[in-house]
Each structure stands twice: as structure tokens, then as C-alpha cells.
Design a protein around this ligand. Sequence first.
Ligand SMILES: [Mg+2]
Length: 230
Amino acid sequence: MKSHVFFDLDNTLWDFKANSRDTLTELYAYFRLNTIIPDAELFIEFYEGFNAACWAAYQRNEMRKDFLRHQRFFLTLAHFGFKNRTLAKKLGAEYVARSPLKTKLLPHAMEVVERLHAEFPLHIITNGFQEVQSVKLRESGLAPYFKEIITSEKAGHKKPSPRIFQLALKRSGAAAEQSWMVGDDYQADALGGWQSGLRSIWLEPTAETSSHPEIQKVACLSEVPKIILG
Ligand SMILES: [Mg+2]
């Protein structure tokens, strides 16, 4: 049976951090947030902290998507003494409209995808939101290289649940032992994929997390093809 390669999207191929920061810088100017927060760097720093906390709650199924979208901005504004749900909702809507249109990719993402696409069917497994992820793939030029796009929203389960990996394998007609999972999140991607029987590559490993010896660690996407191609 043919090998298949499954990629995570955010911070694995699509440069979420850079694209998000570009969007937040635009929003700071567009909404004239300088009247509330002294500079854009501070806005971004506190937003990223509150966003991470909201996402962690979402991953634990303790926060709903629609609330998360404005709550992360509400908490940021509130930190600077401006508790304004209306403005937070406007920021949340504008962020979701603008950020997926950004097109920065991780270093070597396009060449790695092109190289592997010549040999294997490629697919995406993402915990990101359905309507947002499809826009990112289209706008960044990645879409033509991927067959199946499996989002946790459609699957009804988030990585690292084996259910989303099983669905991805079934939809793509792939066998777990012939397949690879490549992603930047240890729990969701690297361990999740490995526990579901795929071979697993962890991108940009963090020193503080000790990983399973069978999970391959790479500092850069450019190392991925030679591991998979052998
Ligand atoms: Mg990721």
C-alpha cells in the first residue's frame, strides 16, 4: 500500500505566528487602539497570552468557538482597563476575516510540499476552524498539493484523539503503518499520530518536553523529505 503524508497546518506549514502578528498590527492601527494601549507590541504580547489561555480552554472543550473569538480580545482590552465587549467583538470579527488571507509560510514549506507531492498523496489534519483553514490553504497556494483536509470541527474530535486520525486514514484510503504525521505540537501531532499507529515527525521540538524515542525530531521542515524518502 502506498505511503501517505499528513501535515498539521498552523505553525507547521502556514506561519501562524507571523501572520497573526501582521494582522494584529493592522488591527491596532485600524481601530486606533493607541488611545487604549501604548503600543502595538504590548497589544500583541498580551493578546497572545490571553489567546493561548482561551485556546487551551477550547481544546479542553471548556470554551466555545464563537466566545473564544471575542473573549481573547475582551481580556486584552480589559487588562488595559477598557472592558468593552462591543469593541472586542469587532476586533474578533475583523481578525477572523483578515488573518486567513495572510500568506507567510514556514521556511522551506513550499519546496518540501512540492518534493513530497511528487511521491506521495498529501493531506492536512488540523484543529483549526473549518472556514478559516480552507481560506489559508487557498490564499497561500498550498491547496493544490493536498487531497483530504480533515478539520477537528468536521471530524467531531480534536487531535490527539485517535478518532480524528482514524477518520483521516479512512478518508484518504491510507494504512496507518504506511503513513506519516508531521506537526509542531508534541501532544496533538507527534504523540497523537504515533499513538494512532502512524510514523511521526515533530517539528521544532521544545527542549523541556521529553519525547518518545520513536518520534523523529527535526529543527526545520527541510529535514522532512530525507526522513520520509529514506
Ligand atoms: Mg500546529
